[in-house]
Design a protein around this ligand. Structure first.
Ligand code: ARG
Length: 461
C-alpha cells in the first residue's frame, strides 16, 4: 500500500529499492533523544499558543515521554517503511495516543525538525570535544611539570638540531590543543541557533513562538532566514573542521610516541593497557593505540571532505542529499572521542626514559649553535663567520669520532685562536637549554612559567 505519512497522492507504495535507498533510520536513530526533546518543546509551544488545545498538547507530551522510556530501555526499532527517526517516533506516538498524534506535526516539517535534532547532537559533540581536550591538556601539563628540565634532542628534519626539554616538547601540544578547544567553543556558539519554525523552507502561517522553542532547547536565539535554516549544515562542518585540525595534532603526537617507543629511540614505554602484543613474536609490544590515533585522523579528514562535497552543489533549500550529512559526522565524532581518550591515557601513563633522551641529545653536535653564539658574544665575531668556524670544529669532531664537547682546547684553538677556556661551560646540554630563556624558549625557567600560565588557564592547582 502507499505510505501512511505522505502517501495520499500516490497510487502505489515505494519499491524495495526505494525503501532501502531512502531509509535513514539505521543511522539517524542516534538522534532519538534530540528528536523527542525537540518535539516536546514544539508541542508545548503549540499548546501555549493555542494552536493545539492544552489537553491535546498534554496527551502528546505524555506519549513522547513514554516513547523516550521505551527507547531508553529497548532501543529504537528499525523499520525501513518508516524511513527515519522522525517518522518512527510519530508512528509510535500514533499507536500510543491515537489520531491526536497527527497534531504534533502542525507548523513543522521534517526539514526544520532534522536540522534541529542534528544541531542539538553536534552541540553535545562540541561539548565532549572541549571536555576531552581539557583532560588531555591536564595530562600534558602534569607530565611537562615533571620534566621541565629533562633534556632531550630537539629535531628539525628529524635531525638533531638543539637540545630542548621534554617539558617544552609536551607543552607544544598543550598550545595546539588550546587553539583546538577555542575552535570547538567557536563552533558551538555559532551553531547554537534554533531551526525550529523554519518549517519546510518558507516559515509557517501558524502563530508560532520561535523564541520559546529556542529557549526550551537551550539555543541562544532562533535562526533568521528559513531558507538558509533548512539548507545549512555549516554547524556540522564547523565541528568536523575543528575535529580534523585537532585530529592532525593528535596524529602528529601519536607519530612521535610511535617513534619514541621504537627500540632505536627508546625514549618512552607506553602503558601496557594501551598496547598490544604479536601473535607470533613473543617479545613484541606494539603501540597500536597511537597508530590508530594516527590512522583515525585520516578517516576524520575523509568524513569532513565527504560532507563538504555533499553540500557543494546543492541549490536552496533542502535536498535529500542532505540526509547523507549524518554518517560522516557520527563516524568522525565516535573516532575523535576515542582518539582524545586514548591519547590522554598514553600521555598520563607513559614512562619517559630520560637517561636515554639525554644520551641522544649528546649525539649530533646539538650544542654547535651554542659555540657559534659564544664566539659572537665573547669574541665579537660576526655570526656568519662564527657559524663557519663552528662548522670546522664539527668537521674535526666527526673526523675524530667524538663530540664537540670532547674536543680539547688545543683542537679548538687550532681552528681559531680566539677560542678560550670559557667556551667549556656553554657546550654542555644543560647550559644550552638554560641559555634559551627568551619568552617561549626551552629554558626550564621559561617552561615552568608557561606551565604556571597553563595551570591557571585550566583552573588546576
Ligand atoms: N531523514 C531526512 C534527513 O535526514 C529528514 C528530512 C526529510 N525531509 C524531506 N523533505 N524528505 O534529511
Amino acid at each position: 500500500g502507499s505510505n501512511q505519512m505522505w502517501g495520499g497522492r500516490f497510487a502505489e507504495g515505494p519499491s524495495a529499492i526505494m525503501r532501502e535507498i531512502n531509509a535513514s533510520i539505521p543511522f539517524d536513530k542516534a538522534l532519538w533523544r534530540q528528536d523527542i526533546a525537540a518535539s516536546r518543546a514544539h508541542v508545548a509551544m503549540l499548546g501555549a499558543q493555542g494552536i493545539v488545545s492544552p489537553e491535546d498538547a498534554a496527551t502528546i507530551d505524555g506519549g513522547l515521554a513514554r516513547i523516550a522510556d521505551e527507547y531508553e530501555r529497548d532501543g529504537v526499532p528499525e523499520d525501513w517503511d518508516l524511513e527515519d527517526i522522525h517518522m518512527t517516533v510519530e508512528a509510535r506516538l500514533t499507536e500510543l495516543v491515537g489520531p491526536v498524534a497527527g497534531r504534533l506535526h502542525t507548523a513543522r516539517s521534517r526539514n526544520d525538525q532534522v536540522a534541529t535534532d542534528f544541531r542539538l547532537w553536534v552541540r553535545d559533540a562540541n561539548d565532549r570535544a572541549i571536555a576531552g581536550i581539557d583532560a588531555l591538556q591536564r595530562a600534558l601539563v602534569e607530565r611537562a611539570e615533571e620534566h621541565a628540565d629533562s633534556v632531550m634532542p630537539g629535531f628539525t628534519h628529524l635531525q638533531t638540531a638543539q637540545p630542548v626539554t621534554l617539558g617544552h616538547h609536551l607543552m607544544a601540544y598543550y598550545e595546539m590543543l588550546r587553539r583546538d578547544a577555542s575552535r570547538f567553543a567557536d563552533a558551538r556558539d555559532r551553531g547554537n541557533e534554533s531551526p525550529l519554525g523554519a518549517a519546510a523552507l518558507a516559515g509557517t502561517g501558524f502563530p508560532i513562538d520561535r523564541d520559546a522553542t529556542a529557549l526550551a532547547l537551550g539555543f541562544d536565539r532562533p535562526t533568521a532566514n528559513s531558507l538558509d535554516t533548512v539548507s545549512d549544515r555549516d554547524f556540522a562542518l564547523d565541528y568536523l573542521m575543528a575535529a580534523s585540525q585537532c585530529a592532525l595534532h593528535l596524529s602528529r603526537l601519536a607519530e612521535e610516541l610511535i617513534l619514541w617507543a621504537s627500540q632505536p629511540f627508546g625514549f618512552i614505554r607506553l602503558p601496557d593497557s594501551l598496547s598490544t602484543g604479536s601473535s607470533i613474536m613473543p617479545q613484541k609490544k606494539n603501540p597500536d593505540a597511537a597508530e590508530l590515533v594516527r590512522g583515525h585522523a585520516g578517516r576524520i579528514v575523509g568524513a569532513t571532505t565527504a560532507l563538504m562535497i555533499t553540500m557543494k552543489g546543492l541549490p536552496l533549500a533542502y535536498s535529500k542529499d542532505m540526509q547523507d550529512d549524518k554518517p560522516p559526522v557520527f563516524e568522525a565524532a565516535g573516532l575523535f572521542d576515542l582518539c582524545l581518550a586514548a591519547m590522554q591515557g598514553m600521555i598520563a601513563g607513559a614512562t619517559f626514559n630520560t637517561d636515554r633522551m639525554r644520551a641522544a641529545a649528546g649525539l649530533g653536535h646539538a650544542t654547535a649553535t651554542d659555540l657559534a653564539d659564544w664566539l659572537v658574544r665573547a669574541a665579537d665575531i660576526p655570526f656568519r663567520e662564527a657559524h663557519h668556524i663552528t662548522g670546522a670544529a664539527v668537521k674535526l669532531a666527526d673526523s675524530k669520532g667524538c663530540t664537540l664537547e670532547d674536543l680539547s682546547l688545543g683542537d679548538l684553538q687550532a681552528i681559531d685562536l680566539r677560542i678560550d677556556d670559557r667556551v667549556r661551560e656553554v657546550l654542555t646540554l644543560d647550559a644550552s637549554v638554560a641559555a634559551r630563556k627568551s619568552f617561549g624558549g626551552t629554558a626550564p625557567d621559561q617552561v615552568r612559567q608557561r606551565i604556571a600560565d597553563a595551570r591557571r588557564a585550566l583552573g588546576m592547582n
